[in-house]
Design a protein around this ligand. Structure first.
Ligand code: KG4
Ligand code: ZN
Length: 334
């Protein structure tokens, strides 16, 4: 069979990225232009600034990807692009760029779901095997997803309020750790001890999560200690917070693995870079005697390699769009 090359584009939040992937599994080249330093001074992503930066970057990012992969548009079979969920102004930039390329070079246009993309970051490490359970943990999502074949998603649990990455970033902000605080809190968690008592959030028999109560508990704890004139030991707070998060996520994941009798477990999204979660879930998979895989560290956060990977399966299944394709800030995965 002829090789299929997909050019993927991602611009749903604060990364402008382009990638070319062969047959859904082999990365030719990926460029990621991140805006983290620009948004850092505001303590979070400013949507208007993000979309303007995407406009500035997108052409260069696509050109550089083709140049570095030593390929031309003539060799590309289809253009895949994330059209949601995400920041609407940011998504529009990628979608318009993809539509323009599709029109000029007469290539099929393939819409890709951002969270589906995160799941397929694992396909670049090891071909997905089914049935599988995916834990999606990012700045905007916390979901347990059951899959029995490519491109078939059953969301069996999700957060009722804050996403876990959002909770990490807010806890970081309370203790003056700069955005995005998740990676720093993760590092600090290995330097302290679990000395602060925090509530185990939504410790029930569902597959759902809740993180806003845990966030409020951290805010209250910091305020109370300040009022008493006590210094907060940030490393201890990071350890206490991370161990609580890891424990509840591991507990719910274990139940889902057993109830759905999956043979494979994968993790996806920015928080999949978290060392505590990786260690705990890897141990769980050994105990459950199932295989597990995590995305490469650089492909935990937003990137277009994952988009081009899922784009391949969408393309061969005929899930293509015409030029009326629009961006949507929220789209169901299932
Ligand atoms: O997937 P992503 O790039 O963006 C969304 O689609 O949301 O995830 C970004 C999130 C941020 O909240 C960031 O703090 C978090 O992932 N994150 C981490 C770690 N690395 C990134 N959270 C905890 N531990 C980490 N090591
Ligand atoms: Zn993402």
């Amino acid at each position: 069979m002829k090789d299929v090359y997909i050019l993927g584009i991602e611009s749903s939040c604060d990364e402008t990225s382009c990638s070319i992937v062969k047959n859904g599994v082999e990365e030719m080249y990926t460029v990621i232009s991140t805006q983290i330093d620009i948004h850092k001074e505001f303590g979070g992503v400013v949507p208007e600034i993000a979309s303007r930066q995407h406009v500035k970057n997108i052409t260069m990012v696509i050109e550089e990807t083709l140049n570095m992969a030593k390929m031309t548009m003539a060799e590309i079979d289809a253009i895949a692009v994330v059209n949601g969920p995400g920041l609407i102004g940011s998504l529009l930039v990628g979608v318009e760029a993809a539509k323009t390329l599709s029109f000029i070079y007469n290539k099929p246009l393939v819409p890709v779901h951002h969270i589906g993309g995160h799941i397929y970051a694992n396909n670049l490490v090891k071909r997905l095997t089914f049935p599988l359970l995916a834990l999606v943990v990012s700045g905007g999502h916390t979901e347990l997803v059951f899959m029995d074949k490519d491109n078939s998603y059953k969301v069996i649990g999700s957060t009722l309020d804050d996403a876990v990455g959002e909770c990490y970033d807010k806890v970081a902000r309370i203790v003056n750790v700069p955005y995005p605080g998740g990676p720093t809190i993760d590092k600090m968690a290995y330097l302290g001890k679990h000395s602060y008592k925090l509530p185990m959030p939504l410790n029930d028999n569902s597959y759902n999560f809740s993180f806003s109560g845990l966030k409020s508990a951290v805010i209250n704890l910091v305020h109370n200690e300040k009022q008493k004139g006590n210094d907060i030991i940030i490393e201890d707070l990071a350890t206490s917070f991370q161990e609580t998060v890891v424990e509840i996520i591991t507990k719910k994941t274990k139940r889902a693995i057993e109830d759905y009798k999956v043979k494979n477990f994968i993790m996806a999204g920015g928080v999949a870079a978290n060392r505590g979660l990786r260690e705990s879930l890897e141990k769980l998979c050994i105990e459950e005697n199932i295989s597990c895989s995590f995305p490469e560290m650089k492909y935990c956060t937003d990137n277009a390699a994952m988009v081009a990977s899922l784009g391949y399966y969408n393309f061969i299944e005929g899930r293509i769009s015409d030029l009326s394709l629009n961006s949507k800030s929220s789209i169901e995965l299932s």
